[in-house]
Design a protein around this ligand. Sequence first.
Ligand SMILES: Cc1cc2nc3c(=O)[nH]c(=O)nc-3n(C[C@H](O)[C@H](O)[C@H](O)COP(=O)(O)OP(=O)(O)OC[C@H]3O[C@@H](n4cnc5c(N)ncnc54)[C@H](O)[C@@H]3O)c2cc1C
Length: 246
Amino acid sequence: MPDDPDPSASRRFFWLRGAPAPRRQTLRRRYDALVIGGGLAGCSAALHLAAGGARAALLEGDRLAAGASGRNTGMLVAGYAPGPGQLLERFGAERAAISWQISLDAMALVHELTQRYGIDCALARSGSLYAAWDAEDMDEFADELAARRAIGAGGELLDRAALQRRVQAPHLHGALFSPEDGMLNPAALVRGMADAAAACGADIREGARVTEVEEDAGLVRARYRSGQDEGELIAGHVILATNAYA
Ligand SMILES: Cc1cc2nc3c(=O)[nH]c(=O)nc-3n(C[C@H](O)[C@H](O)[C@H](O)COP(=O)(O)OP(=O)(O)OC[C@H]3O[C@@H](n4cnc5c(N)ncnc54)[C@H](O)[C@@H]3O)c2cc1C
């Protein structure tokens, strides 16, 4: 990509291909809130803070979405790593249903934010297919569908013929269709939220790694390194959105 503003990022991560030049906004000395980390969590936090009227700064040590948010599969799926059956078993129908609904609310928030702020992240509500390689998988999916129904979640079991009408995959036995799911470009969502946060007044600096955070008389004092420069800022609150990196 000859006119790529940041070829180093593109070389590293597929989703960062075509990423714009880094944001290097001038930072003030004092903020209501400091967000450390520019992934999905950090950019969403900065957006919600700034949209709510707080004076917010976001410092990202690398590029926006350089962490898990720019390296993931881009699936927007209902539920959690433990499936509906495990949720049901561990928490009972009522609480499992609430937790499932929370995941649907999170997905709805993504749709709402992309619409409200005009974020183009190739979001598609396509549904997803959990593929069954054999009859045993289909039995498991039948159990999962029963668990889904028990907690008010959607789903449809597709036998081989029904699956073939949707995708050309003759080697598969069937599938479980999960209707609410979809796909998106996660780095574009991160950048879109950062753009929206900046438009709401947040200051965003990429390439600014926070090296120290300490409490000081009820405030937070943070030091950061940005290229050869070092800086310090003070905030009323800090949000650590660094994932497992710090
Ligand atoms: C391989 C893989 C596939 C996945 N697939 C999916 C999927 O399909 N669907 C899904 O919903 N989830 C998926 N996930 C999970 C999802 O990507 C993460 O839950 C999500 O991206 C976490 O976002 P985050 O903002 O918390 O962290 P991150 O995106 O990791 O952001 C943390 C940021 O903090 C920055 N940082 C760290 N330390 C400092 C510091 N001292 N100063 C400044 N900045 C700092 C990092 O550079 C980084 O950019 C997947 C994860 C992986 C790893």
